[in-house]
Design a protein around this ligand. Structure first.
Ligand code: NAD
Ligand code: WQD
Length: 337
């Protein structure tokens, strides 16, 4: 198959790129490198011995998208390109609606014009917002609490409406929980621009000495140790979820939604203890007040993906942290190292 991968130089996209190439697919990547480096793709090419066709450009550029669909015979689209920082989305909501919603609408227009109707979309557990009942199933209420989460929820709605209007569409919406880890080679991984917003990348950068200490946002949550609980999923398990979803869509149409999570949560303190085991020394941390907008706990019920796709995670927190650490230790400054 020829797969069109938007945002293919990013954290998750680069890991999916690697596995698509290993599975024997041809891949065309579109990325504007606003939050990534072409070096990620170079490294994937080195790891696989395969070449990738790269288009540098913006997902909102309909003319460029038409050119890409004219030039390549695309069978399926995996859509990762977008903005993903919750705090930034509160400060600059228009950017999030423009890139995430506008970009997705531009993409599906170009797909329809080219007669390509198979799409896997990167959604997020952020569409659920602050919920009390755990675990979250695909039918849990949707109440996103940030412009980021709302922009993803809106794209989901657009795709559902599209599938209802035109039976040729075949769409998988994958709601990721908290991706972490890296490919076991240590050659590709998460390389956030600026100060990392997420727990594991920040803690790993403390471990390599880029920051003096980890700040724990709150130890007074109604959880066993008082710190927030999340469902951390190894990026390679996440990648497998995309490959099986794509296979599922091969002979089915319609709109499908799956949670991609492990089904179990870990607290911030458990993650810190895990990192300390991997780096074999204490990680400096201190407690600070809660981060505005954070929820006490969030984890997935991944039963639907298991039933429909036969997909289950196989990697636990320790492997995730060991793989993330290998990447971070070998590339302390990310792709610029
Ligand atoms: P990332 O920022 O590493 O990757 C996104 C890629 O899209 C980057 O390479 C970036 O340069 C590119 N991009 C951004 N704006 C673009 C534009 N206008 N035109 C073309 N390319 C553009 O993020 P990621 O963690 O790999 O996330 C991939 C997708 O998964 C995103 O849509 C994100 O919302 C979603 N997601 C991520 C997480 C997470 O925690 N990492 C969780 C849930 C969902
Ligand atoms: C995890 C836990 C924090 C940083 C976000 C998005 C979500 C998804 C994944 C894209 C929480 C605590 C964190 C730190 C800390 N992304 N923490 N110190 O907030 O669950 O989810 O990323 O779709 O949409 O909202 O992830 O890694 O930021 O936080 O104590 O420096 O770690 O309070 O309990 P979150 P996170």
């Amino acid at each position: 198959m020829t797969i069109f991968l938007t945002g293919g130089a990013g954290y998750i996209g680069s890991h999916v790129l690697l596995c698509c190439l290993e599975a024997g697919h041809k891949v065309v990547v579109l990325d504007d490198f606003s939050n990534s480096s072409p070096e990620a793709i170079t490294r994937v090419e080195e790891l696989t011995g395969e070449r990738v066709t790269i288009w540098r450009g913006d997902i909102r550029d309909g003319t460029l998208l038409r050119q890409i669909f004219d030039r390549h015979h695309i069978d399926a689209v995996l859509h990762f390109a977008g903005l993903k920082a919750v705090g930034e989305s509160v400060a600059d909501p228009l950017a999030y609606y423009d890139v995430n919603l506008g970009g997705s609408v531009t993409l599906v227009r170009a797909m329809a014009a080219a007669g390509v109707f198979r799409l896997v979309f990167s959604s997020t557990a952020a569409v659920y917002g602050d919920q009390v009942l755990m675990p979250l199933t695909e039918t849990s209420a949707l109440a996103p609490s940030s412009p980021y989460g709302r922009s993803k929820r809106m794209v989901e709605q657009v795709l559902a409406d599209l599938c209802a209007a035109d039976s040729r569409w075949s769409v998988a919406v994958l709601r990721y929980f908290n991706p972490a880890g890296a490919h076991s080679s240590g050659r590709i991984g998460e390389d956030p621009r600026g100060v990392p917003a997420n727990l594991i990348p920040y803690a790993m950068q403390v471990a390599v000495g880029r920051y003096p200490e980890l700040v724990i946002f709150g130890d007074d949550y109604p959880t066993p140790d008082g710190t927030g609980i999340r469902d951390y999923i190894h990026v390679m398990d996440l990648v497998q979820g995309h490959l099986v979803a794509m296979k599922y869509l091969a002979d089915r149409t319609g709109y499908h939604v799956w949670n991609l999570g492990t089904g179990r949560g870990h607290s911030v303190l458990e993650v810190i203890r895990g990192i300390e085991r991997v780096i074999n020394r204490p990680l400096p941390w201190r407690i600070a007040p809660r981060r505005p907008g954070d929820t006490a706990q969030c984890w997935a019920d991944p039963a639907r993906a298991a039933a429909d796709l036969g997909w289950r995670t196989s990697r636990g927190l320790d492997e995730m942290l060991a793989d993330h650490w290998r990447w971070q230790a070998q590339n302390p400054e990310g792709y610029l190292s």
